[in-house]
Design a protein around this ligand. Structure first.
Ligand SMILES: [Zn+2]
Length: 210
């Protein structure tokens, strides 16, 4: 079995995200990129399994073209989004979760094209942000089951340098990524914290922005 360290680390993060309620009902998908160029491999969650109790040996290894080279599962159709994110932004780990809060906000603010988050200390979870006196815009695009066309939509929306290492699919979930699994996990935790605070504040009608 190749990549035992990456498998163990990814399975642990998946169990953690599941325990938080962010990947219910076999939802979400998760990957680590190993190697470069033609030697690139993916350690990835297989499609259709519950994410809370995955053994390292249950994870699949894919080659650069997404052929399964180790394991018995199949990649999610959304694996194409992982390829897009890694190739466009140099991500080394990509985490995708379906939470209540990201689903609510992604539907509510789809018409604006972004979810704006401003003035929160937790914004510093994004490595490039050093102060809470900041506003970030998390891009939101409509959901689709047609992955090649979704990739084209994302390319048009995010360009070469997305404002944050994350986007929302409306009514579906969050994609975020990082230079490492640890960084990508930090982004999920920070963003999901921000989503919950923002959604609760808005539902109280006491939003700082009126
Ligand atoms: Zn999904």
């Amino acid at each position: 079995m190749n990549f035992p360290r990456e498998r163990t680390a990814l399975a642990e993060v998946m169990a953690f995200l599941f325990s938080k309620g962010w990947a219910p009902g076999t939802g979400g998908n998760f990957s680590i990129v190993v190697g470069e160029g033609a030697d690139r491999r993916w350690v990835m969650s297989p499609s259709g399994i519950e994410k809370g109790s995955v053994a390292p040996s249950d994870l699949i290894v894919l080659d650069r073209e997404l052929n399964v080279i180790e394991g018995t599962g199949k990649p999610s159709a959304e694996a194409l989004l992982h390829v897009y994110i890694a190739e466009s932004f140099g991500a080394r780990s990509i985490l995708h979760v379906h939470s209540v809060w990201n689903t609510l906000l992604s539907r509510r603010f789809l018409k604006d094209g972004h979810l704006y988050l401003e003035g929160y200390e937790m914004l510093k979870v994004i490595g490039s942000i050093k102060t809470h006196e900041t506003r970030i815009a998390v891009p939101i695009v409509p959901n689709s089951q047609d992955m090649p066309s979704l990739v084209e939509t994302l390319k048009a929306k995010l360009g070469d340098e997305p404002p944050v290492p994350a986007f929302l699919l409306a009514g579906h979930g969050l994609y975020t990524w990082g230079d490492s699994l640890a960084e990508a996990k930090r982004h999920v935790e920070g963003l999901e914290f921000l989503f919950e605070v923002e959604a609760r504040e808005q539902s109280w009608g006491t939003h700082a922005g009126g």
